[in-house]
Design a binder for this molecule. Structure first.
Ligand code: SF4
Ligand code: FES
Length: 363
């Protein structure tokens, strides 16, 4: 247990379903996914939203898979809104018609985040593994803005599409997005299987940082750009999840409550289900949530590092994946004994031959 009582969470990510018409090879969903028949029922999700609001959650992110694959999406949004939550839909837009958007608006949906796999049909449909997806997405973006929703465009960039980053930024402006998230692919879930095909080169990673910095200046007052840099090429890790068990929680389609979307890759952790345990108990007392909260669990060099309250030692899942120990310093960190290994891996994956993409399979 951490030495001080945790604060309540601010945000909850509800992964409504793992079903998805797209099959992006960098999907953060687990490689082993829950089947449709084990998805939570409508009433259970709404009860979870109400529990979340009582616990202190302010923002609800409705995600998947593709959340629009749930026929009850409008009912779920209405339930979340009734519970007093700010609702954000994270979608590929496949399955969103103009009529459904109007229903979501009437149900109280606050914001939409639209994914972007590329800036033309060739790239976007190949990376998303869905023919015709790009055209439908562009149409949906127009409808979203016409309906009055604030739009954020989420662009995941990697070795195969990073050359399109300037066009992607222009596209976001043309689509009247208020915000854009440029995220260099993070290697969890399916992306772990595709490191050889998607790892950016060091030069690409540096160029992306430069392009984003310039665009931020140029677009001040027009569009905000959030940026997730290429961590394999970084010297310090990101503050993953804002710190484990500190600001957010994830609920999987079948009701497991996780401290982050990749937490199931840490084999020593056991997770509780909303069917069995109240959400507040899981947040405050769950062993998985308390495993890496605060600083008590830290080892050297994090334990005495003056950045430890800024990044909380980086990402636990990355420490597990590369160091084989979820309590190790994130190997992205220059102070980690495995930093050189991380740099060598980045180089090896970025400069080697490009293997075929392994596409995500829907359950
Ligand atoms: Fe962060 Fe740990 Fe590296 Fe310090 S040693 S910068 S706390 S990851
Ligand atoms: Fe799990 Fe970073 S993805 S802590």
């Amino acid at each position: 247990m951490p030495s001080t009582a945790p604060a309540p969470p601010i945000a909850m990510l509800a992964e409504l379903t793992y079903r998805c018409p797209l099959s992006c090879p960098y999907c953060s969903n687990p490689v082993e996914m829950a089947r449709k028949e084990s998805e939570l029922e409508t009433a259970t999700w709404i009860d979870v939203f109400e529990q979340a609001a009582r616990l202190g959650v302010l923002q609800l992110h409705l995600s998947g898979g593709e959340p629009a694959s749930r026929r009850d999406l409008v009912t779920l949004v209405a339930g979340a809104r009734k519970a007093g939550l700010y609702t954000n839909l994270i979608t590929s837009a496949i399955g969103l018609t103009q009529r459904r958007l109007a229903e979501l608006d009437a149900a109280g949906l606050d914001h939409i985040q639209l994914s972007l796999q590329g800036t033309d049909a060739d790239m976007a449909d190949r990376i998303g593994g869905y023919q015709g997806g790009f055209a439908r997405k562009m149409q949906a973006a127009e409808w979203i803005v016409e309906a009055g929703f604030p739009l954020t465009l989420n662009a995941v960039v990697h070795r195969q599409n990073l050359h399109q980053l300037p066009e992607a930024i222009d596209l976001a402006v043309a689509l009247k997005a208020r915000r854009m998230e440029v995220a260099i692919v993070q290697f969890h879930g399916w992306a772990m299987l595709n490191r050889g095909a998607m790892m950016p080169t060091r030069a690409q990673a540096d160029e992306a940082t430069r392009i984003v910095a310039q665009a931020r200046k140029r677009l001040k007052g027009v569009m905000v750009i959030d940026y997730v840099p290429a961590d394999y090429h970084s010297d310090y890790p990101k503050r993953c999840m804002g710190g484990w068990g500190s600001t957010g929680l994830n609920v999987t389609p079948d009701g497991l409550v996780l401290p982050c979307h990749a937490a199931q890759t840490i084999p020593s952790l056991e997770f509780e289900n909303v069917h069995d345990v109240p959400l507040a108990d899981i947040w405050y007392n769950g062993a998985a949530f308390n495993a890496y909260r605060g600083e008590d669990w830290m080892q050297a060099p994090c334990k005495t590092c003056d950045r430890r309250t800024k990044d909380f030692g980086g990402c636990r899942c990355q420490a597990m994946a590369i160091a084989g120990d979820a309590a190790a310093t994130d190997p992205v960190c220059i102070k980690s004994p495995l930093h050189a290994k991380m740099t060598a891996l980045a180089h090896e994956f970025a400069e080697g031959d490009t293997p075929e993409l392994v596409y995500r399979k829907s359950p």
